[in-house]
Write a protein that binds this ligand. Structure first.
Ligand code: NAD
Ligand code: LMR
Length: 330
């Protein structure tokens, strides 16, 4: 039995993500929550011939029911960027949305896994951690900022310049955070290995860091990535569910609290994460969420080390902003 709630289910990401979760045969109950339009989305998706039950929850009065008895909450609620905006520009609106939703999850399903898609992820995840801690149910192994789209882009963008590569199986670790220069692809550790010139590494790194902007620009005011994000979010949720159900080790990257596994985090701290509370790292998932932070077991390039240092400076500010919002300094 796996019950999944999608909060923000009527949105650009929410709709295709809800459909993909309806297609996931491990899911038995799907709760779709939004403040608009969700009855139609739920009615539509409920006709898809898989065994899960779909329920619709419209508006704040239905939020507690939407997040009662759930195993996993996925949060794509909030406003997306328009051209000229940074993800940090979304903080003003999305911080409060994420805070309210996580409070409701803490009160009604305190053991649920929580996957946060709403931007700025570098700040909304720290907000969620603070909220959960205040409610007495914070478990760093169960909270995830979804950065899967960065690794999806990394594989696909390498394919664009090396057509023989299989984009579906190529893995590039991406560490740091989820915005601009906080996104650090470790192309030197691509698996299987890919030979790249210095110039190619720089160009690819820049494209992966600013891949979101390509979509924002192309959508020209109509939002940001939705379909590729739904794919990435569904992939991450599926990994989490499979790891929980089967106990088989599944590795995915995510923006997580490094104290979920202090031992595993040590290598990333040495590489430049320093004393940061949160960092995107590859995590091995298991029945209780994060089983361990997976070591790189390899030397990264000087270029990548410098990129991590740049990311860490920006991340420190993003993380502090989230924490200060949820727990204002006295
Ligand atoms: P959207 O505007 O199409 O959809 C957002 C949905 O959230 C809407 O249906 C809206 O009604 C709903 N919503 C607003 N306030 C809510 C509340 N309090 N409770 C429940 N639902 C609420 O936006 P989108 O394109 O789906 O993007 C959503 C978020 O995901 C944005 O913040 C965007 O920046 C982010 N995003 C993150 C990634 C990532 O890699 N993590 C990728 C793409 C987009
Ligand atoms: C992305 O990477 O596509 C998302 O974070 C959305 C955005 O604002 O770029």
């Amino acid at each position: 039995m796996v019950s999944v709630a999608i909060l923000g289910a009527a949105g650009g990401i929410g709709q295709p993500l809800s459909l993909l979760m309806k297609l996931n045969t491990n899911v038995t109950r799907l709760h779709l929550y939004d403040i608009v339009n969700v009855p139609g989305v739920a009615a539509d998706i409920s006709h898809v011939a898989t065994n899960s039950e779909v329920k619709s929850f419209l508006g704040p009065s239905k939020l507690p029911d939407a997040v009662t008895d759930i195993d996993l909450a996925i949060i794509p609620a909030g406003v997306p960027r328009k051209p000229g905006m940074t993800r940090d520009d979304l903080f003003k609106i999305n911080a409060g949305i994420v805070k309210g939703l996580v409070e409701a999850i803490a009160e009604n399903s305190p053991r649920a896994f929580i996957c946060i898609i709403s931007n700025p992820v570098n700040s909304t995840v720290p907000i969620a951690a603070e909220v959960l801690a205040k409610k007495g149910c914070y478990d760093p192994r169960r909270l995830f900022g979804v950065t899967t789209l960065d690794v999806v882009r990394a594989s696909r963008f390498v394919k664009d310049i090396r057509p023989k590569v299989d984009a579906a199986t190529l893995r590039v670790p991406v560490v740091g955070g989820h915005s601009g220069t906080t996104i650090v692809p470790l192309l030197s550790l691509a698996s299987p290995p890919v030979e790249l010139s210095e110039k190619e590494v720089e160009e690819l790194t820049n494209r992966i860091q600013f891949g979101g902007d390509e979509v924002v620009k192309a959508k020209d005011g109509a939002g940001s990535a939705t379909l590729s994000m739904a794919y990435a979010g569904a992939r991450f949720a599926d990994s989490l569910i499979r790891a929980q159900q089967s106990g088989v080790a599944v590795v995915e990257p995510a923006f997580v609290a490094l104290d979920a596994d202090p031992e595993g985090a040590a290598e990333y701290r040495n590489l430049g994460a320093g004393s940061l509370r949160f960092f995107a790292v590859p995590v091995e998932l298991g029945p209780s969420g994060i089983k361990r932070i997976v070591p790189l077991n390899a030397t990264i390039s000087t270029y990548e080390r410098k990129a991590i240092a740049v990311a860490a400076d920006a991340l420190a500010i993003n993380i502090d902003t989230g924490v200060a919002f949820a727990t204002p300094p006295a």
